[in-house]
Design a protein around this ligand. Structure first.
Ligand SMILES: Cc1cc2nc3c(=O)[nH]c(=O)nc-3n(C[C@H](O)[C@H](O)[C@H](O)COP(=O)(O)OP(=O)(O)OC[C@H]3O[C@@H](n4cnc5c(N)ncnc54)[C@H](O)[C@@H]3O)c2cc1C
Length: 323
């Protein structure tokens, strides 16, 4: 039996959809190990967030709700997780892989002297242990691994696990007091600049349109890539080439050192298909590429390809879609 603690991720109280996939992993694993799962949400003024988690089959929704937890500081979040795990009987602590959870979970694992696996995409059970599959080396290797010890920390790739479906039974909510002892204060929250893009985040969108080096400047990016994304109700992304040249912000980068996306439809606009970019998109259900070079590597993995100049093809496509 392995009871599971799911760490919910939210953005100022707005639940990240990938959390539902972490809950999906927990439901699947708890069913095979005859365990149960709880979900923990950490932050300030978390009432609505906690409420939104009640329909997903957890034994309990645990809420660490306190003003000092308002800022997303990894050391404080890890400190709360450590205290919760010490008080309760968990075999697995899991969250959907994201920049923030990859910061928090290894810290909490280290505080509890537990092993940690990131980017898990599969789980199965042997007689006495769980066996995990995780991607390594930019997705080129699928490793089969076990973790020693009774307590395991994991991040899972959201695309690999079906989101849990809401039920009619509501889980009870329990408030968790701040742990005893001094609060970690080595990191100080400086502030945050969030661009109001009005578009969905690429990690959660059903459609992602990404631009590559073919796009010459920020205005063209907004007009071509942004315009096509808006016509499809999708998110925008970019290759690292555009980030490095200052045309797009770092937050849009998709790939090995950017965001990992798995939309229903991924449109690569003037992207060559370097292995580091493909590492971030290969779980997409349908990949469409537009590139003027018929030999571009992106066409090897694209489901549909159009050999064309993006400066003529994209406006035509956008206009057709708008009609
Ligand atoms: C450690 C490491 C990590 C990296 N991480 C990432 C990452 O996370 N994400 C990432 O994207 N890259 C990453 N890279 C960089 C990666 O190797 C590539 O350099 C980058 O992806 C190339 O971006 P691109 O496809 O836009 O540009 P290019 O490779 O230059 O391709 C541009 C494409 O546009 C086409 N094109 C040009 N003009 C037009 C036009 N008018 N119409 C149609 N097509 C046109 C060309 O035929 C070409 O195929 C990483 C590299 C390293 C070493």
């Amino acid at each position: 039996m392995a009871n599971i603690l799911v760490i919910a991720e939210h953005d100022a109280g707005q639940l990240k959809l990938a959390t539902l996939s972490a809950l999906g992993f927990a439901a699947q694993t708890a069913a095979t190990t005859h365990g149960v799962y709880d979900v923990l949400v950490i932050g300030a003024q978390m009432g609505t967030t906690a409420e939104s988690l009640r329909a997903y089959g957890a034994r309990q929704v645990l809420v660490a709700d306190a003003a000092p937890l308002q800022s997303p500081l990894a050391d404080r979040h890890a400190w709360v997780i450590e205290a919760v795990v010490k008080q309760r009987d968990y075999g697995i602590v899991v969250a959907a892989a994201s920049t923030f959870t990859k910061d928090i979970l290894p810290r909490a694992a280290a505080l509890l002297d537990a092993g940690m696996l990131s980017d898990v995409v599969g789980v199965s059970r042997t007689d006495d242990d769980l066996v995990f599959k995780r991607v390594m080396y930019a997705g080129n290797v699928l490793a089969t691994v076990t973790l020693a010890g009774d307590l395991k920390f994991l991040t899972i790739r959201a695309a690999a696990f079906a989101p849990v479906v809401a039920g009619t039974t509501l889980s009870p909510v329990e408030q968790i007091p701040l742990p005893a002892g001094p609060m970690p204060d080595l990191a100080e929250y400086g502030g945050r600049e969030a661009k109001v893009a009005g578009r969905p985040d690429a990690t959660e969108a059903r459609v992602v349109v990404s631009g590559g080096r073919a796009i010459k400047n920020a205005e063209d990016f907004e007009r071509l890539v942004g315009g096509l994304a808006d016509a499809l109700g999708g998110a925008v992304g970019s290759s690292r080439a555009l980030v490095d040249s200052g045309i797009t912000p770092n937050s849009l980068q998709i790939g090995q050192t950017g965001k990992i996306v798995a939309p229903d439809l991924y449109l690569a606009v003037g992207i060559s298909g370097a292995i580091q970019h493909l590492a971030g998109i290969k779980d997409s259900k349908v990949i469409v590429a537009i590139n003027k070079d018929a030999d571009a590597p992106i066409f090897e993995i694209a489901d549909y390809g159009l050999v064309a100049d993006v400066y003529t093809a994209v406006p035509e496509l956008t206009a057709q879609l708008k009609q």
